[in-house]
Ligand binder design. Structure first.
Ligand SMILES: *Cc1c(COP(=O)(O)O)cnc(C)c1O
Length: 437
């Protein structure tokens, strides 16, 4: 199935009991057991079935199968937010004293998770300056257990050379984890380029309407955990927290997500609500047509801004002079996501005036909504970072991040135009600033 078709059909045929064509919402916490013997077989993972709503739910299972198919993965586990997905995905690979290597161009909260939260569990993050394959390679040492990147960095808009980084990861016998939130499987399927684990915030383009939080971890099923018993003992030695289960023995190539569900989802419980799973399935049905319009509108906005003298710079990988243009051709087929950043001429002050003057475009920190959205990262999503950290994440003080929606393009451009006019009316602002990110 092509992604357009999988988005509508994968993972569900018809409810066996009612023949309902839409996926039913199984709004239940518990599932009945036939007998004590049946219950213990379920808890021993000897038979398949649902036990308790924190661990699994039939509505969520459909969403998990659909996302796995969309990404070309073996299977997926859904959780309550993107952040829970990132946290579980990484913690499932590391023990105290180990490290991960990450590109620095990350979603702000992921950066905080890696630089401040993981060290509390004895796990450090070695950031590869500028995110190039060479910089990633230089940060790997004997204790590295995973490499982490975003297909398209939020908000830097950089495009990661996933194929080159996957090769480096595999030459060190460690997996590559890729956050594919901004690209979506409609524009890029990282597993095709060697990614082992794909993580998502479903909150953005996949849900698509700014109404539901959710996250997913997808396993390609390609990494041979059994060949790396010393590096990844968690999949190869008995787990005392699960009556001595050996995940690789039990789940085979499904060991990674088998453990993620049995250990992290079960004991920490960042569980996706069944109603959220249903709403996310609704959103995913239209993701391919929405992304088409997002991409088309963003290209028009990027060109409008580039040609306007009131704008100092535009960072958009669809421009031939962008350093990411070749990678956009290779990994996105030249179709750049509707996330772009720019700086108003006149720097920080004019940028704030522009931001405050927006009428149609909403001032929020979200992205991937059908509505056009604008964010000022330095004061919001990346507020917790030092100026130096902000710069290495690709953020200047005046940077405005746009997530271009699917409204009529003329209405979007009219709003940008009037806000630029407002930014420069009745002022003697210095427009000579020519910052380049
Ligand atoms: C939003 C986002 C996240 C976090 O997802 P939540 O669902 O808000 O927890 C992680 N990574 C990227 C790239 C994001 O855009």
């Amino acid at each position: 199935m092509f992604p357009e078709t999988a988005a509508i059909h994968a993972g569900y045929e018809a409810d066996p009991f009612t023949r309902a064509v839409a996926v039913p919402i199984y709004q239940t916490v518990s599932y009945g057991f036939d007998s004590a013997e049946h219950a213990s077989a379920l808890f021993n993972l000897e038979v398949e079935g649902h036990r308790y709503g924190r661990i699994s739910n039939p509505t969520t299972s459909v969403l998990e199968r659909r996302i796995a198919v969309l990404e070309g993965g073996r299977e997926a586990v859904c959780v309550s937010s993107g952040q829970a997905a990132m946290y579980f995905a990484v913690m499932n690979l590391v023990e105290p004293g180990r490290n991960i290597v990450s590109v620095p161009q990350l979603y702000g909260t992921t950066h905080t998770l890696f630089s401040h939260m993981l060290p509390n569990s004895g796990v450090t993050t070695r950031f590869a300056e500028n995110g190039s394959p060479e910089a990633v390679s230089a940060q790997i040492n004997a204790d590295t257990r995973a490499i982490y990147c975003e297909t398209v960095g939020n908000p830097a808009g950089n495009i990661t050379d996933i194929g080159a980084i996957a090769e480096i990861a595999h030459s060190h016998h460690i997996p590559l984890v890729v956050d594919n939130t901004v690209a979506t499987p409609i524009l890029c399927r990282p597993i095709e380029y060697g990614a082992d684990i794909v993580v998502h915030s479903l909150t953005k383009f996949l849900g698509g309407h700014g109404t539901i939080l959710g996250g997913a971890v997808v396993d390609a099923g390609n990494f041979a955990w059994e060949d790396e018993a010393e590096r990844f003992p968690m999949f190869n030695l008995p787990d005392p927290s699960y009556h001595g289960l050996i995940y690789h023995q039990h789940f085979g190539r499904g060991a990674y997500l088998g453990r993620l569900r049995s250990v992290y989802l079960r004991t920490i419980g960042a569980t996706l609500a069944p109603l959220s799973a249903f709403l996310l399935l609704q959103g995913i049905e239209t993701v391919a047509v929405r992304v088409d319009r997002h991409v088309e509108n963003a290209g028009q906005v990027a060109r409008f801004l580039r040609d306007d003298p009131r704008v100092a710079w535009v960072n958009y990988a669809g421009f031939g002079d962008s350093p990411y243009f070749p990678l956009a051709q290779r990994y996105l087929g030249g179709r750049v996501p509707s996330l772009l950043t720019f700086g108003v001429a006149g720097g920080y002050e004019a940028g704030v005036r522009f931001y405050d003057a927006l009428k149609l475009i909403r001032r929020v920190v979200n992205l991937g909504d059908s509505k056009s959205l604008a964010c000022h990262p330095a004061s919001t999503t990346h507020r917790q970072m030092s100026t130096q950290e902000q710069l290495s994440a690709g953020i200047m003080p005046e940077t405005i991040r746009l997530s271009i929606g699917i409204e009529h393009i003329d209405d979007i451009i009219e709003d940008l135009d009037q806000a630029l006019t407002a930014a420069f009316s009745s002022t003697t602002l210095d427009t000579s600033v020519e910052a380049v990110p």
